[in-house]
Design a protein around this ligand. Structure first.
Ligand SMILES: NC(=O)c1ccc[n+]([C@@H]2O[C@H](COP(=O)([O-])OP(=O)(O)OC[C@H]3O[C@@H](n4cnc5c(N)ncnc54)[C@H](OP(=O)(O)O)[C@@H]3O)[C@@H](O)[C@H]2O)c1
Length: 256
């Protein structure tokens, strides 16, 4: 029986894949047979991921891209098509959070940066990639959102607004492009042990508080998100669009 999560021959591009959830996804995609474009702002960090994938027999290629710059986002999509051919899977994974504090104190520049990088850049990526997917009648877009978009926060409220906007973006694109065979879904991770969330899990007291209200009593690891990214990219999920998979150790379901 064929592996239902097989990605053989599929072309995938993953933003922010030099480390964390994006890297774990790139490695899993390659091990499932995909040709993967690894991308972030730093080419050398991406190259190390590509070297690791190739050492394990996979196929990967580096295209650096800062998601906050439209010309670089468009060059990422164009460069992927030029190197590997038409894109089957787009993973909008990179995001930023330059502000930690009360929502009403946020400076305009920080708010605009969060919305620009976490929402507008996903529109740029999709605008460039989805029409070509629609012409071929197939394609899967996966947006890495956050449980921060599902509930309030007293310290990362603006980030939560951007991640809630990603859910809305996903639903609307699913409706617009579903008739042409393109699927758009979100994943909402809870706290995962990556550099991005270091401030949250390095703080012993915060970690203890957090895990005490998490049914699985721990935070996640990047590979525990990557499996769902691969599922959404694979033909196992061909009847799924406009939805969000929450992977958070149960924290958003728990009674406290
Ligand atoms: N970790 C968590 O607890 C958690 C929870 C919920 C949701 N998420 C979401 O998961 C996604 C991935 O986060 P992560 O935790 O895996 O973070 P991470 O380990 O810090 O990795 C972030 C990746 O994004 C890249 N990046 C950062 N700014 C970028 C920019 N402006 N343009 C392009 N690439 C950029 C980084 O590489 P360079 O520095 O080389 O650019 C790196 O490859 C994000 O959307 C985040 O919001 C994370």
């Amino acid at each position: 029986m064929k592996n239902p999560f097989d990605l053989t021959g599929k072309v995938a591009v993953i933003t922010g894949s030099s480390r964390g959830i994006g890297k774990a996804s790139a490695e899993l995609f390659a091990s499932l047979g995909a040709k993967v474009v690894v991308s972030s702002r730093k080419a050398d960090a991406c190259q190390a991921v590509v070297d690791g994938i190739k050492a394990n027999g996979g196929d990967a290629h580096v295209i650096p891209c800062n998601i906050s710059r439209r010309d670089e986002v468009e060059a990422l999509i164009d460069g992927t098509v030029k190197h590997y051919g038409p894109i089957d899977i787009l993973v909008c994974n990179a995001a930023v959070n330059p502000y930690y504090g009360p929502l009403l104190d946020i400076a305009d520049e920080a708010f605009d940066k969060i919305m620009g990088s976490n929402v507008k850049s996903n529109i740029w990526l999709c605008a460039k990639a989805i029409p070509a997917m629609a012409e071929r009648g197939k394609g899967s877009v996966v947006i890495i959102s956050s449980i921060g978009g599902l509930r309030g926060s007293t310290v990362i409220g603006a980030y939560g607004i951007s991640k809630a906007a990603d859910f809305a973006l996903c639903r609307s694109l699913a409706g617009e492009w579903g008739p042409k065979g393109v699927r758009v879904n979100c994943i909402a991770p809870g706290l995962v042990k990556t550099d991005f969330a270091k401030a949250l899990w390095e703080d012993e007291a915060n970690l203890k508080r957090r895990t005490a209200t998490t049914p699985l009593r721990r935070i996640g690891e990047p590979h525990e998100i990557a499996g769902a990214v691969a599922y959404l990219g694979s033909d196992s999920s061909t009847f799924m669009t406009g939805q969000t998979i929450v992977i958070d150790g149960g924290v958003t379901t728990a009674s406290v």
